[in-house]
Write a protein that binds this ligand. Structure first.
Ligand code: NAP
Length: 245
């Protein structure tokens, strides 16, 4: 594979989908990972191909250590290298702590945080061999500020920040940059379910007074994945309309 290869987890919808389309437009071969939404992943690939881009889809539950290992092994076998990893897959299971089930706490940590560990654990050896690589982890404003009703989610996203800084320190000497993007409230299926009262309350806390678009996040990820960001590592970039400052 002559082109750069990017693996984007959770790219069947929302921010991951937009990121895949943006990277493909920049001439990168994109691997669209998904868990359940095969048709949506195929639709993303079709639209990328229509616009002259290239890519493939790959189903894998990133919370599963062995499945993730298998995915990375197969991709390296097929394409020879993976240059960019975007850890984007994520879920919410919101509730106040008094009502939050152990299952909902564990599930969010397993997908959002352990999913990042799994992909980095299995891909870092290859990136070290390549002596280059860009890893971008998708955190959240909730992981930076905390958010009532999101103990599991905020803990997973704060964990991603610790993981990012540690990976940046471990991998810097091998030419690998590791950064996090912390989106604020972005218009996707994840935030579509918010009741109007919550939506109004949240909008009031955003200095720019509106939710962000998926392209706002995808453009920042594409920048961090590019050569323009070769001297940036261990950072958390806030793309949140000014919520965290
Ligand atoms: P979304 O529209 O709900 O999409 C989530 C994506 O994650 C889907 O492609 C889904 O794939 C995938 N996914 C879920 N579980 C997975 C698993 N176990 N293995 C692999 N893929 C899995 O979410 P989004 O709003 O675009 O959010 C994307 C990321 O941004 C998440 O990490 C989220 O926490 C973060 N974020 C979002 C916002 C926001 O306001 N939207 C704010 C801050 C941070 P399937 O369709 O196959 O299930």
């Amino acid at each position: 594979m002559d082109k750069k290869v990017a693996l984007i987890t959770g790219a069947s919808r929302g921010i991951g989908k937009e990121t895949a389309c943006t990277l493909a437009r920049e001439g990168i071969f994109v691997v669209i990972n998904y868990n359940g939404s095969q048709q949506k992943a195929l639709d993303v690939l079709e639209s990328i191909k229509k616009n002259g881009g290239e890519g493939a889809i790959y189903p894998c539950n990133v919370a599963d250590y062995s499945q993730t290992e298998e995915m990375i092994k197969n991709l390296i076998k097929e394409y020879g290298h993976i240059d960019i990893l975007v850890n984007n897959a994520g879920i919410t299971r919101d509730n106040l702590i008094m009502k939050m089930s152990e299952e909902d706490f564990d599930k969010v940590i397993e997908i959002n945080l352990k999913g990042c560990f799994n992909t980095i654990r299995h891909l870092s050896r290859q990136m070290i061999r390549q002596r280059s690589g860009k890893i971008i982890n998708v955190s959240s404003v909730s992981g930076v500020l905390g958010n009532a009703g999101q103990a599991n989610y905020a803990a997973s996203k704060a964990g991603i920040i610790g993981l990012t800084k540690t990976m940046a320190r471990e991998l810097a000497s091998r030419g690998i940059c590791v950064n996090a993007v912390a989106p604020g409230f972005i218009k996707t299926e994840m935030t579509e379910v918010l009741p109007d009262s919550i939506r109004e309350g949240v909008t009031g806390q955003i200095p720019l007074k509106r939710f962000g678009e998926t392209k706002d996040i995808a453009e920042m990820i594409a920048f961090l994945a590019s050569d323009k960001a070769d001297y940036i590592t261990g950072q958390v970039i806030h793309v949140d309309g000014g919520m965290a400052m």
